[in-house]
Design a protein around this ligand. Structure first.
Ligand SMILES: *[C@@H]1O[C@H](CO)[C@@H](O)[C@H](O)[C@H]1NC(C)=O
Ligand SMILES: *[C@@H]1O[C@H](CO)[C@@H](O)[C@H](O)[C@H]1NC(C)=O
Ligand SMILES: *[C@@H]1O[C@H](CO)[C@@H](O)[C@H](O)[C@H]1NC(C)=O
Ligand SMILES: *[C@@H]1O[C@H](CO)[C@@H](O)[C@H](O)[C@H]1NC(C)=O
Ligand SMILES: *[C@@H]1O[C@H](CO)[C@@H](O)[C@H](O)[C@H]1NC(C)=O
Ligand SMILES: *[C@@H]1O[C@H](CO)[C@@H](O)[C@H](O)[C@H]1NC(C)=O
Length: 462
């Protein structure tokens, strides 16, 4: 018979070994952490060297902002990987802090009603995104933010090529991620002047976000002070970011509209984050219509276009044409990636054309809600009905109240044909993908009975 081992002795041995191992592991862990921190610091400081905080005038007209679009040209893969790993650690720490701070974990399993969804409305300027954003803003269980990334663009200056463009995309993405996790404090770093005690009067387009203008986030209005983006229907005190954060955690879902996310591929870490259940809706519009609309909204920027088209003056500067091309291409590349349905995106990406929404807003809204896995409410339906069949003529540039089925083709009669041709030349691949037909002459462009829209059943499959 084998001897029964001396149990207490053995146990002590095991314990001792374990303790040594633990010490060793602890030591190793410590070294690893030091190395990581060191590496991270280097990379982050490398990045932050390039992000200069600018002094910003307060009253810049917001419409201007996206015209300084930063887009990727030659982001080297090396720097992307480096930056990405540094930021993902940084992000995890932030996320932990957020969770501790918020007290309530925004994990899907904690939500008893329906799974918490995170909807990104990804668009570019003048594509009707304010209007489509309302579809989500009007749902009372959704915490909706209107262009929060505006603050980042305003305070951080990026050179628009190479590693800096990559850096900007990563900063946008990581701030966006924190916002989806309801960490609104992160935005305070970018608000100017900086909030005091988490109070600010400078939250961009606060009034466009119902959640920031209802109880309890709307605190009593006591002192008459200037608030540029104040709530529309009632007077509120300055925005308390902590209160807003609590409101966000208390809503069932979060939705953000953003015109500053240029590349879908950068959103992969959001999509793969187990704390998020992302649904990305990419909104596109005929680039000829977008140009026509921009020429009205940002008139100053398009002087040379108008002069060339209407007065035969000097040609449009090549860099502006290249910028238009860059915009079309980044939209197209994002859509191609989304439509390819890579594993990480499956069921989480939807492409939608503004023109289809304009023609059947309610139906498209229902499709978007179905895609998001959220029930559309009667309030949302009523808002859509009320705001798409309005008979009054509203010319407000930011107005979302339009007779939408009539409006969406107006551009055909306002854009000079020469400009339509420029757009067609540089945006052809994107137009082909989205089903926007080219007009080869002025007669085609302005003949109402010729449709420039190919009928497409849903682009996306679930
Ligand atoms: C756009 O910004 C420039 C300064 O950058 C300003 O002069 C111009 O008035 C702004 N345009 C609009 C439409 O606000
Ligand atoms: C970008 O890449 C192209 C070729 O891929 C090269 O010709 C160009 O010089 C690069 N630009 C920058 C800013 O590195
Ligand atoms: C975050 O918190 C979890 C659990 O509290 C911990 O396991 C994890 O290591 C933390 N992550 C970071 C990056 O601090
Ligand atoms: C902001 O809201 C938080 C959370 O309700 C509250 O504790 C804090 O006192 C408020 N801050 C101010 C300055 O009112
Ligand atoms: C909206 O425009 C369409 C197309 O011109 C027209 O048929 C319809 O009557 C208009 N609806 C309202 C409510 O004005
Ligand atoms: C508009 O197009 C239709 C269909 O191609 C054609 O029958 C009609 O003559 C055109 N109208 C004008 C004014 O060119």
């Amino acid at each position: 018979m084998d001897k029964i081992p001396n149990l207490p002795m053995d146990f002590r041995d095991i314990l001792r070994t374990l303790r040594m191992k633990a010490k060793y592991a602890l030591f190793l862990g410590f070294v690893v952490v030091l190395v990581i921190i060191e590496k991270e610091n280097k990379i982050i400081s490398k990045v932050s060297d390039k992000l200069n905080l600018k002094q910003i005038p307060q009253n810049i007209f917001e419409a201007n902002s996206t015209e300084n679009d930063v887009y990727l040209e030659n982001g080297s893969l090396m720097s992307l990987n480096e930056l990405d790993s540094a930021f993902s650690q940084f992000r995890n720490k932030l996320a932990n802090v957020t969770l501790q701070y918020g007290g309530k974990q925004p994990f899907p399993e904690d939500i008893t009603k329906s799974p918490r969804r995170h909807i990104l409305l990804m668009a570019t300027t003048r594509t009707g995104s304010s209007f489509v954003g309302e579809f989500f803003n009007q749902q009372e269980n959704i915490f909706y933010l209107f262009e929060p990334l505006w603050h980042i663009e305003r305070t951080v200056s990026f050179e628009s090529v190479g590693a800096n463009a990559v850096g900007s995309a990563i900063v946008y993405r990581d701030v966006l991620k924190q916002l989806f996790l309801c960490d609104l404090h992160i935005l305070e770093n970018f608000i100017s002047p900086p909030p005091e005690n988490h109070l600010t009067r400078f939250m961009f387009r606060r009034g466009s976000s119902k959640s920031l203008c209802e109880d309890p986030v709307c605190t009593p209005f006591v002192k008459k002070v200037f608030e540029r983006y104040h709530c529309k229907n009632r007077r509120c005190g300055p925005l308390n970011m902590t209160l807003a954060m609590e409101a966000c955690l208390n809503k069932e879902h979060v939705a953000v509209k953003a015109v500053r996310i240029r590349q879908l591929e950068y959103l992969r870490t959001l999509v793969e984050d187990p704390r998020l259940d992302m649904r990305i809706i990419q909104l596109v519009r005929d680039p000829r219509a977008v140009l026509a609309s921009r020429m009205v909204a940002f008139s100053g920027k398009y002087e040379s276009w108008k002069k060339w088209a209407l007065e035969g003056a000097a040609p449009i500067p090549d860099e502006e044409v290249q910028k238009l091309k860059g915009n079309c291409e980044s939209i197209r590349m994002s859509a191609e990636l989304g439509l390819k349905q890579p594993d990480w995106l499956r069921g989480r990406y939807m492409l939608i054309r503004y023109e289809d929404i304009a023609r059947s807003p309610l139906q498209k809204a229902k499709e978007m809600y179905k895609f998001a896995g959220i029930s559309i409410t009667p309030q949302v339906e009523q808002w859509i009905i009320k705001n798409t069949q309005a008979s009054q003529d509203s010319n407000g540039i930011y107005s979302t109240q339009k007779n939408s089925s009539e409006q969406f083709e107006k551009w055909r009669f306002s854009i000079p044909f020469k400009l339509a041709q420029v757009v067609q030349d540089v945006c052809k691949p994107a137009m082909k993908l989205f089903g926007y037909k080219l007009a080869n002459d002025l007669e085609t462009l302005t003949n109402r009975s010729i449709s420039l829209l190919e009928e497409r059943v849903n682009f996306w499959v679930t």
